[in-house]
Design a protein around this ligand. Sequence first.
Ligand code: DCT
Ligand code: MG
Length: 388
Amino acid sequence: VHLLDVSWYTESMHAGHPVEITHRHKLQSRPFTEVALFSVSSYACQRRTTLDNHNSNLTDALSLLAENAELSNEDGRGVAFRRAAALLKALPTQVISMSQLRGLPCLGEHSLRVIKDVLENGVSSEVESTKQSKRYKALKILTGIFGVGAKTADRWIREGIYNLEQLRDSGQTLNRAQKAGLEHYDDLNEPVTKAEADAIGEIVQKAVNSVLPGSEVALTGGFRRGKLTGHDVDFLITHPEEGKEVGLMPKVVAWLESQKTTRNSYLESKDGPARPASNMDRFERCFSIFKLTKRKEQETASHKIWRAVRVDLVVSPISQFAFAVLGWTGSKLFERELRRWAGHEKNMSLSSHALFDNTQNKYLRATSEEEIFAYLGLEYIPPSERNA
Ligand code: DCT
Ligand code: MG
């Protein structure tokens, strides 16, 4: 495995930010029982959430219900479950009794019901019935296709399509991304490892250096937060001289495509699935499928010597780079909470491009994530503690 030469990234990951225990954790001793009480901030961006989750039995249940809500276009419900799960991820110990949760924020009635069920019965009946439901199973299978979102999957289900075989037989017209998604279905649903992410990082670095020397590549997304696997690999590209990055993406894509006969990669999709709404769509962004050569020991019985991996490339001008790094590092909930904090508590608007102070009526410039947290009046949270 080759290591990526992205020194600024390594620096910011190892800059020695102290890991503080922010959750005051009291143990109340009573006869025969010990109940831990927690005090936790209500915004996820005020908390330190590592990958060390002591309540995965509860967070798995809530995350599944969140996913089901999101796939059913019930975003409000989805966020409520996500917030509840994120709060539990930030607790320093395992919850064993409902009484420990008294007074905690983010836990709505519905989430508390699910938690109670899991604590008392080991599983949540709602989660179990959701998992078994024909609709949920179909939504999972169909949205597992690159380029297929909840809306498309829902339409197909209403037309009686519940699995890949039925989709193939249905004669539905698929766009280019969806065709690729179907073709590489198994590969793309296989988690990407850190080693594979690093190997892809090297390819991206090479591509970028070839078309514009001096450009910088930063790993973002889950891998920057220290995750060991992901559903894709996210990169942010910039150049230290403002303006040099203009038009960079098509050149990088062309370079990657030109290498298709070599060991590395070809870009399957330049435009990918529907562009995301919201503040994410102004970047030069590229969803792609890389063809990653497997190492000898990874070759399977099928003797396939490569696998498909989803890669997300974003180009940012250097003046916006700190905001882009912050915005693309995630987690999704952490980002959502940062924007909510900015708006509700600070009268500011945060995006992956900029921070606007509505009170002073001006943009606030920043060259580091630390500065942005400072503007927002938040304690700096390093990437490894943004796993909300
Ligand atoms: N992002 C966001 N809001 C979205 C989508 C993405 O803020 N609706 C940001 C945060 C994470 C980053 O973009 C990359 O997105 P994903 O790859 O979907 O997330 P991830 O944390 O990298 O998850 P995974 O490890 O599964 O790739
Ligand atoms: Mg990712």
